[in-house]
Design a protein around this ligand. Structure first.
Ligand code: ATP
Length: 364
């Protein structure tokens, strides 16, 4: 089956005065895809979204929506639904009037308008609030209405700029699941801006990781998490242990290293080629390290330590283990028999070679 491309960015560049904030952005968004732009504050996520929406014009490159070049085409001609971080509902209009606003502009008849408003209210699971004013709704409800208002025009593309950021943790998670369900139900092509790794992982078909206006990596959540293209991607996407070391042996895709702290580490399944004595950075995720009562520390990936911190967090315990040169962060799942950890005791850390990621030291 040929895939349909809904949005295409070809070498997009944007600058403010002489400051280039988005550089050589290339992306093809397939019909029905849920894409996230993920990155730290100021990396160019919103600027790129605003170019797709038509609020900003690129200074270089081509932007295509459904195969048509859109550079210079105003937002209202793009048939997009957009939801922002702040609720941006009209305070003097009822929920129904807010949602119907875009339909009125499009001169949709009264009966169809009412039917469509009711349909999207059902879709966001708020069928009984049509006559209320925004101030009579909670933050989460307001954001659902903002989503309903974006969907009612049946947009070809839904753009979401940090729509969950203003909500508290629990509500955020609830609405995140809701967004996922909505997307599965209606399948509208969606671009979602966030600086929250978990949100991007949970929602996306593919994630675009941005840093300083550059695309670091485009991939599925699994690819981004397990096969990061750079140190930046790996460290941005979740907590990790970082050690520096030198390659002392290689065999096929297995690399053995000695860390600066004298620890022997072996890494299997590495995609980079390493030379003997090459300097490298080594990463092991906290959830990949096991704490045991005893281990043969002459073997690689095993080290004796002192448990100096154990924070019980419900489903897991976050531990900090001092091993001499390295302090390791370890996440112990509560299904694990040895789960009840107490600070002060001697423990052994061990992990599998398949769970180690080695990268050449980045230049610059
Ligand atoms: P955040 O998560 O904080 O919103 P972001 O990744 O969305 O960050 P952008 O808002 O796209 O980042 O901003 C990218 C860069 O462009 C930043 O350095 C910002 O200061 C700059 N910038 C954005 N808008 C303008 C503007 N209108 N004039 C000048 N500089 C701007």
């Amino acid at each position: 089956m040929t895939k349909v491309i809904d949005v295409e960015l070809r070498g997009i560049m944007k600058k403010f005065q002489n400051n280039v904030v988005v550089q050589d952005f290339n992306l093809q968004v397939e019909q029905g895809e849920f894409i996230s732009f993920l990155g730290p504050s100021g990396c160019g996520k919103t600027t790129t979204l605003n170019m797709i929406a038509g609020f900003l014009d690129p200074d270089g490159g081509d932007l295509l929506i459904k195969g048509q070049r859109m550079n210079g085409v105003p937002p209202y001609k793009r048939e997009l639904g957009m939801v922002f971080q702040t609720y941006s509902l009209f305070p003097h209009m009822t929920v129904a009037e807010n949602i119907a606003y875009g339909l009125k502009l499009r001169k949709i008849g009264k009966q169809e308008m009412q039917e469509r408003v009711n349909r999207v209210l059902e879709l966001v699971k708020l069928p009984n609030v049509a006559d209320r004013y925004p101030k009579q709704l909670s933050g989460g409800q307001r954001q659902r209405i903002a989503i309903a208002r974006a969907l009612v025009i049946e947009p070809s593309l839904l753009l979401l700029d940090e729509p969950l950021s203003n909500l508290d943790a629990k509500l955020r998670e609830e609405l995140r699941d809701e967004l996922k369900r909505l997307h599965q139900e209606i399948g509208v092509t969606t671009i979602f801006v966030t600086h929250d790794q978990e949100e991007a992982l949970a929602l996306s078909d593919r994630i675009v990781v941005l840093n300083h206006g550059f695309v670091e990596q485009i991939g599925t959540p699994h690819e981004i998490y397990n096969q990061p293209a750079s140190e930046f991607v790996h460290t941005f996407i979740g907590k990790t242990n970082r050690m520096e070391g030198e390659v002392i042996a290689t065999e096929g895709d297995t690399v053995t290293l000695r860390t600066t702290g004298g620890l022997l580490v072996q890494a299997a399944g590495q995609k980079h080629q390493f030379a003997l004595q090459q300097k490298a950075v080594i990463f092991v995720r906290p959830e990949k390290i096991k704490l045991t009562e005893a281990a043969d520390t002459a073997q690689p990936n095993r080290v004796k330590g002192h448990l100096q911190l154990a924070s019980f967090l419900g489903s897991y315990t976050e531990c900090e283990v001092a091993t001499g040169a390295h302090t390791l962060s370890v996440k112990v799942q509560m299904s694990d028999k040895s789960a009840e950890q107490e600070a002060g005791k001697t423990v052994y850390c061990q992990w599998n070679a398949e769970d180690v990621l080695v990268m050449p030291v980045e230049r610059g």
